[in-house]
Design a protein around this ligand. Structure first.
Ligand code: ZN
Length: 250
């Protein structure tokens, strides 16, 4: 009988004792050291596997005050006030929403309170991914629109962020807004990779397709060939952001 293979490329799961930066309570939290993504991300930059499957470990959460963050030992001076506020407590206690989604939304709330609106948008989108995985389209749609609102209430967006806005709008069935946003970016003559993604988005919008699609399906043929994409994709130690920066020519 085959033995289960020990995972050598997923996150380390050794729990560590950490002190919450908001309330000072010590708790054991799993450290996350994800392997670089091997599959291409979705059009909204949701990472491919194996990172995709580690979402439950992207954020730590204090079991006492509910503060959640990539590293709960670190807290913005305004975080304690945000965590104590009525809207945060209501979110934390809203059992009609999936617990993992509430963890992302809680982090997004703290970021919003500290004025980091784009990062708050990036923290809200994973809540929609949780809803996708659980088959809750209404929640996914609401959280995508919330992420878009946060992106748009911050400073001017770069091309990568605008592509993510287009995809969030498409997947939330905001067809007109999605098409308009894609076309206005195309008119600015963005880098080739961005244009390719936007052309795919426009075809999907036209077909009223709300499904997830991989970045690999938007890119020109060479990037689809495994041996070439292997060379051109993630360099060891580079990580998702570095790869995407090269992909988007930034
Ligand atoms: Zn705490």
């Amino acid at each position: 009988m085959a033995q289960p293979r020990p995972s050598n490329n997923s996150a380390s799961t050794v729990p560590q004792g950490v002190i919450c930066g908001v309330c000072g309570t010590e708790s054991r939290q799993q450290a996350l050291r994800p392997a670089p993504p091997e599959q291409a991300p979705d059009l909204d930059l949701r990472p491919g596997q194996p990172v995709r499957g580690t979402m439950a470990r992207w954020l730590q959460q204090c079991p006492h005050c509910g503060y959640s963050a990539p590293d709960i030992t670190q807290a913005h001076p305004a975080a304690a006030q945000a965590v104590g506020a009525a809207n945060f407590r209501a979110l934390l206690n809203d059992t009609s929403h999936p617990p993992l989604a509430r963890r992302f939304m809680g982090w997004a709330l703290v970021l919003e309170e500290t004025g980091a609106l784009h990062t708050a948008a990036e923290a809200t989108l994973p809540a929609a991914w949780v809803a996708d995985d659980l088959g809750k389209p209404d929640l996914a749609r609401a959280w995508r629109l919330e992420a878009v609102a946060l992106w748009r209430s911050g400073p001017p967006l770069d091309a990568e962020q605008r592509v993510r806005v287009v995809d969030a709008l498409r997947r939330a069935e905001a067809w007109d807004d999605a098409a308009y946003t894609a076309q206005s970016l195309l008119r600015e003559d963005p880098p080739e990779a961005v244009s390719q993604v936007l052309m795919l988005e426009l075809r999907l919008i036209e077909a009223q397709d709300t499904a997830r699609h991989s970045m690999a399906s938007a890119l020109p043929p060479p990037a689809r060939r495994p041996h070439v994409s292997h060379q051109k994709s993630i360099k060891r130690g580079e990580g998702l952001r570095g790869w995407l920066k090269r992909l988007f020519g930034r």
